[in-house]
Design a binder for this molecule. Sequence first.
Ligand SMILES: C[S@@+](CC[C@H](N)C(=O)[O-])C[C@H]1O[C@@H](n2cnc3c(N)ncnc32)[C@H](O)[C@@H]1O
Length: 221
Amino acid sequence: MLDTRLNMIYDLIPQSGLICDIGADHCKLAIHAVKQGKTKYALATDLRRGPLEASARNVSANSLSDRIRLLQSDGFLNIPADIFDHTDCFVIAGMGGQVIQGILEGRHTDKWLVLQPMNAVYELCEYLADAGYDIKKRVFCTDGHRIYTAFLCRYDGISRTADYFKGAVRNKYFYMYLEKELKRIDAALAGIGLARSPDTAQKQNLEQLREIIIRERENES
Ligand SMILES: C[S@@+](CC[C@H](N)C(=O)[O-])C[C@H]1O[C@@H](n2cnc3c(N)ncnc32)[C@H](O)[C@@H]1O
């Protein structure tokens, strides 16, 4: 069983022959995807040895060593070219938006991308738009007090202006996300308002973002 966040990520993965989970940690996602028949094979990578050892135990306990390969790699770096080319979908989840961006900058791919940033979400949206990745779908979920978002994207080479909520599934989690974002922005603006020398550029950015969120919220039926 996956937790709510991993389940949201799992649901975004298209039917595949081979998926590659970058920064797989425990390998739960890849194991679930293979067991459920969403993919025939998986490559699960991690930067660190410890998570790979935990992954190896989990893969072996599920008797999936012939279907899931493990690899130590910083982002795409050590992934062999033939595996990279045959991958249908790369998953990069549970990391900061800047780390995800750094991984994407490391090697060009036009395969499906499932991305789940833990922070710097707007910055990642801007990078994706500028670098020619189209956001096909964006989803939200809550787990306890936390609210998460994930993206399904694909490279089309068209550099565009970032549309922060492109592809968003406008359900109750989306509107909960907007409310939480509004609170965060209002708190940040209040902090700037108290500063002796306020950061006017940051204030302007936050005010623009606030307007976008208010407009999105008005669409709630
Ligand atoms: C918080 S865990 C998330 C695990 C899993 N993807 C998930 O969403 O539950 C982040 C994992 O990414 C790995 N990681 C961080 N930077 C990485 C990189 N550049 N390349 C590969 N793995 C990385 C970490 O070692 C860690 O195991």
